[in-house]
Design a protein around this ligand. Structure first.
Ligand code: PLP
Length: 348
């Protein structure tokens, strides 16, 4: 058949998400989901509040009741908050509103590969600049480079590492363009960039409820930015981008944030124990402030390990772009124990 697609679509691969499986008995450590259920209030509230009428009507277009709760949780005025159908939707919107064809977007490398896909869709030039110092310093070219958009994923995926707030501030101060700080994993980290928001009108902070809040299935993300920024981005947004069920779920989860904090602490404990076990086995393990670890055996290919684990019903993430490493989500302690046992078996 003749192709009807734009040339760029014809030639691109498209973003490849980690495998999703509903299969029982599979230990799923490949897409950084939370191993624990969300706050029990989430289902309670969906059951209590969801009426036939609520389903028959369009949801609040800007998720206003949720924004009011988020305002309290994060200490940010409601008009500085934009709610998205996952933070992936917000990233999509950001690329569409700031990047024309041929414009340049800069981000450190390696990082979340969706940025590249979104740049390709805009026919923008993407410049992937290698991190310095084991992913803990931002490259000078990112700080000084001319661009229409810059992105910093912090904590970074797939490495789990962080750059300090002062590193991020250098980029904000030196850049005459919007700078996105994707804080998808920041609830597992020691610091975040919220304190920079009042000072830098070019700062866009992204958050998601998919990881720390165990609501990946609900699809809710937040953008924190100056009202001039959120208002501009709203022009490109679907009118009713977040369904009523996700809005209710997110609101309930934020109202019970103590529950999430306790689970996050458990995951951090498991992360620290698991990281030291991997280091004992001879892997290079980067210091993670996320709910996953990046494990490397420099110079070798870990495809066999990924494959072997998959045959034993354990899914971890392997990227052909970085064959000497695996990204492993932190699950429950018993999941990680099983994983270590199977790894030892395969490596024997
Ligand atoms: C998971 C993830 C997202 C997307 O989160 P959703 O809110 O589920 O769309 C964005 N950025 C990074 C770096 C992520 O890992």
């Amino acid at each position: 058949m003749k192709s009807y697609f734009r040339k760029i679509i014809e030639n691109m691969t498209g973003y490849i998400p980690g495998e999703q499986t509903g299969e029982k008995g599979v230990v799923k450590l490949n897409t950084n989901e939370n191993p624990y259920p969300p706050s029990p209030r989430v289902l309670e509230q969906i059951r209590a509040r969801l009426s036939e009428r609520e389903l028959a009507l369009y949801p609040p277009p800007l998720s206003d009741p949720l924004r009011v709760v988020a305002q309290k949780t994060y200490g940010i005025p409601a008009d500085w908050i934009l709610v998205g159908n996952g933070s992936d939707e917000l990233l999509n919107l950001i690329f569409r509103v700031f990047l024309d064809k041929e414009d340049r977007v800069l981000y450190p490398y390696p990082t979340y590969t969706l940025y590249r896909t979104l740049a390709l869709l805009q026919e923008a030039h993407y410049q992937e600049i290698p991190f310095e110092e084991k992913y803990q310093l931002l490259p000078e070219e990112l700080v000084q480079g001319e661009a229409k958009l810059k992105i910093i994923c912090n904590p970074n995926s797939p490495t789990g590492t962080v750059v300090s707030i002062s590193e991020v501030e250098k980029v904000l101060a030196a850049s005459a363009c919007p700078v996105v700080v994707d804080e998808a994993y920041v609830d597992f980290a020691e610091e975040n960039c919220l304190s920079l928001l009042k000072k830098y009108p070019n700062l866009l902070i992204l958050r998601t409820l998919s990881k720390s809040f165990a609501l990946a299935g609900a699809r809710v993300g937040f953008l924190f930015a100056w009202p001039e920024m959120t208002q501009g981005i709203i022009k490109a947004k679907d009118s009713y981008n977040v369904g009523i069920m996700p809005q209710i779920a997110a609101q309930a989860a934020l109202e019970d944030i103590e529950y999430t904090r306790a689970r996050v602490e458990q995951i951090k404990k498991t992360r620290s124990w698991f990281s030291s076990e991997l280091a004992k086995m001879g892997f290079v393990v980067y210091p993670s402030q996320a709910n996953f670890v990046w494990v490397q055996l420099p110079g070798s290919s870990l495809g066999f390990l990924y494959q072997g684990l998959k045959e034993r019903n354990i899914l971890v993430r392997y990227f052909s772009e970085w064959p000497d490493a695996l990204r492993i989500t932190i699950g429950r302690e018993e999941d990680m124990k099983l994983l270590l046992e199977e790894m030892l078996e395969i490596l024997k």
